[in-house]
Design a protein around this ligand. Structure first.
Ligand code: BGC
Length: 286
């Protein structure tokens, strides 16, 4: 079955929707619950469990997280509660929901969705998706295969992490107009272009809704630059794709050097089992 629940953990809201992972379209209404103050793991866990119960879909669930996710563990917390660092979040959420839950970095999820169903559809070669919001998220995809956890928002630039200088939040904090912000974003993109030579940059996150403000001001040498097209649905869609196993099997790749016992546990039951209930919920997404 291909309808899978995707959940996106954001700074202000935690949103979920059933996703048809064959088409990348939402198969029902989105549901949003405000992110609990402080976003501590136990509070976020309750919200995720509430969303899973709300939708009542059988099968695996994909959840985004705004930090490094490796073998189901959340390993960084640049803009979230420090208790996430080192947590076995796949296990915590699976236990809380009674479903098989898999976490994925938020930008990686957006990247998978944009590369397959959005602005990168049909593009061969190297696609780099950057999400400009509170931080800067990055996803690096080559011929459809994601290299997870690139964390290029933390590239050192101008004596700072790039995200504290060129994110959408930096634009607001430094009271920049769009032309001034585009100048910073161009410096950042030019550096990434030098390092990775992407065929295509896809600009996502909050700024993607205002592409008309920056599109003519972003300058790079060789790569194409386009706004993301899936807007705030990209994370939900990518999370569901990952949980459906439609995306490259990140965990299988990561698990190969790990102990056999973990490999068995992680690879077991990755096939989703969404049933008729899923199809019934089909409706118009927002
Ligand atoms: C985090 C990334 C995340 C990005 C966007 C950064 O601060 O380190 O993991 O993808 O923010 O949320």
């Amino acid at each position: 079955m291909s309808v899978i629940l995707g959940i996106d953990i954001g700074g202000s809201g935690i949103k979920g929707a059933p996703v048809d992972t064959r088409t990348g379209k939402l198969a029902g209404e989105r549901w949003r619950i405000p992110t609990p103050e402080g976003a501590a793991p136990d509070d976020v866990k309750q919200v995720v469990a509430e969303l899973v119960a709300h939708f009542g879909l059988p099968g695996a669930v994909g959840v985004t997280f705004p930090g490094i996710v490796q073998r189901g563990r959340t390993l960084s917390a640049a803009n979230v509660h420090p208790d996430w660092v080192g947590l076995d979040a796949d296990a915590l959420f699976s236990e809380a929901t009674g479903h098989e839950v898999h976490l994925i970095n938020d930008a990686d999820a957006a990247g998978l969705a944009e590369a397959r169903f959005g602005a990168g559809q049909g593009v061969q070669g190297t696609v780099m998706v950057l999400t400009f919001g509170t931080g800067i998220g990055s996803a690096l995809i080559h011929n459809g295969v994601l290299i997870p956890n690139t964390e290029l928002g933390h590239l050192w630039l101008r004596d700072k992490h790039a995200e504290s200088w060129a994110s959408d939040r930096a634009r607001e904090l430094d009271d920049l107009n769009w032309k001034q912000w585009s100048k910073r974003a161009s410096t950042y993109l030019q550096h990434l272009e030098l390092l990775f030579s992407p065929d295509l940059f896809i600009i996502g996150g909050g700024v993607s809704k205002k592409a008309d403000k920056w599109q003519d001001h972003l300058n790079v040498e060789r790569s194409r630059v386009v706004p993301a097209t899936l807007l705030n649905e990209a994370g939900i869609i990518g999370a569901a794709m990952m949980a459906a196993g439609n995306a490259p099997d990140l965990e299988a790749q990561l698990d190969s050097p790990a102990p056999a016992k973990e490999t068995t546990r992680k690879t077991a039951g990755r096939k989703p089992a969404a049933g008729k209930a899923a199809a019934k919920k089909t409706g118009k997404g927002d």
